[in-house]
Design a protein around this ligand. Structure first.
Ligand code: ADP
Length: 392
């Protein structure tokens, strides 16, 4: 039977999902991860949709992304012997300034997407390596790319540019925005479940290890806190978020830091980890007695509230705030700390509903709604793969 495979390749992980085409939506059969690609201490895990662990192998060597895709194929074939992979959907971080929809992939098209590698050097090469590996392993399957940037391609010019000389905009130095698959999912969910909100002004807070906000009007992205790279905006697990460019000049000119050193500092050593000196993980920080952990958590919430205020200006008001992703869905503390700073927008939440992780936290019948909606980026990729399979 035809199945869909979703692949989400990071620098050292390959997350994957197995779906049946289904109607109206693909049906999730299993999700898994290949962890620590490139090391001799790799791991492969696969869990069925009902929670049954289908595979949990550790201490294995996964040399590169080709080997990771091979490991996925072997596992999928063992676990679903009758599954024929008819389409593979890939998360690709960068689609450049023009692509606003998923794209069917050929090897030539993959080569074109390489032009965006300098824009996302930590992600794009791994995403495309995953595509090539899947093409080699599933030569007959339809291959589809879903871009993290695509959802934001409708930004007004003021939200798409920096105040650099125009030549840089033309060269592609723009505010692209990321987490587009998550925002696409939330927009679709609102269209179905909350059509009035979908038509209105919504701020979505995707708060995971990576974190950003998206301002949506009529289901379309108007602004994002992430810009040219996935470093901008909110503080994250290990990334700085917004930083005065003067700090970079200081690091280069006064401290003599190399480009590679700065990349590591901004992407891997900053954010919640850098501020706390304890961890990048919100659960660990919330449980910690270390005062620096509490300060890091407080900084995180303060910046989110500040950026929601900025989004309100972009949107001309706020009809709803949606929390999603690991922290947004699970940390009542963060939701409380953010909303407590937004009373001036008429926003208030019910403490019990918040603690119980209800879907609707709104305390005021007249103020903006506050919702918790679990995101599902894999389903967005699977839907695109299913659509392309039908069109093929
Ligand atoms: P990624 O961006 O890697 O997909 P996730 O969306 O899985 O990240 O989010 C990971 C974050 O969610 C971590 O900081 C983790 O501590 C946090 N998180 C998960 N569960 C909880 C919880 N119950 N309480 C607080 N934070 C949580």
């Amino acid at each position: 039977m035809s199945h869909l495979l979703t692949l989400n390749a990071g620098s050292s992980t390959l997350k994957f999902g197995v779906f049946e085409p289904g109607s109206p939506d693909p049906v999730d059969r299993a999700t898994g991860i290949v962890d620590r690609i490139g090391s001799e201490d790799g791991a492969v895990k696969l869990k069925a949709a009902d929670g049954t662990v289908l595979a949990d192998r550790t201490g294995i060597t996964v040399a590169d992304h080709h080997a990771a895709v091979d490991a996925v194929l072997t596992l999928v074939q063992e676990s679903f012997p009758s599954a024929e992979i008819a389409a593979v959907g890939h998360r690709v971080v960068h689609g450049g300034p023009d692509l606003d929809q998923p794209q069917r992939l050929t090897r030539e098209f993959v080569d074109q997407l390489r032009q965006y590698e300098p824009f996302a050097p930590l992600h794009q090469p791994h995403n495309l390596a995953g595509v090539i590996a899947a093409m080699d392993r599933f030569p007959k399957a339809v291959q589809v790319a879903c871009f993290d940037t695509a959802f934001h391609r409708c930004h007004p010019w003021e939200s798409d540019t920096y105040a650099l000389p125009r030549a840089y905009y033309d060269k592609g130095v723009r505010r692209y925005g990321f987490h587009g698959l998550s925002y696409h999912y939330i927009a679709g969910h609102l269209a179905q479940e909350e059509p009035d909100l979908y038509a209105g002004r919504v701020v979505v807070a995707h708060l995971g290890n990576g974190a950003s906000l998206c301002g949506m009007k009529g289901g379309k992205s108007v602004a994002s806190t992430m810009g040219f790279s996935a470093l901008d905006g909110l503080a994250m697990g290990t990334r700085t978020g917004q930083l005065d460019p003067g700090v970079l000049l200081y690091l280069m000119q006064q401290e003599g830091l190399s480009g590679d050193r700065i990349v590591k500092l901004l992407y891997k050593e900053s954010g919640l980890l850098g501020l706390s000196g304890v961890s990048n993980d919100m659960r660990t920080l919330q449980a910690s007695e270390n005062p620096h952990a509490a300060q890091a958590v407080s900084y995180f919430a303060t910046r989110i509230a500040r950026e929601i205020g900025a989004m309100a200006a972009d949107l001309g008001g706020v009809d709803a705030l949606v929390f999603t992703a690991g922290i947004g869905e699970n940390s009542s503390h963060t939701r409380e700390a953010v909303c407590a700073r937004l009373g001036f927008l008429g926003l208030s939440i019910d403490a019990v509903q918040n603690e119980n992780r209800a879907r609707d936290l709104s305390a005021s019948p007249t103020g903006p709604r506050v919702l918790v909606i679990p995101t599902n980026e894999e389903l967005v990729i699977a839907r695109a793969a299913a659509a392309e399979l039908i069109a093929a």
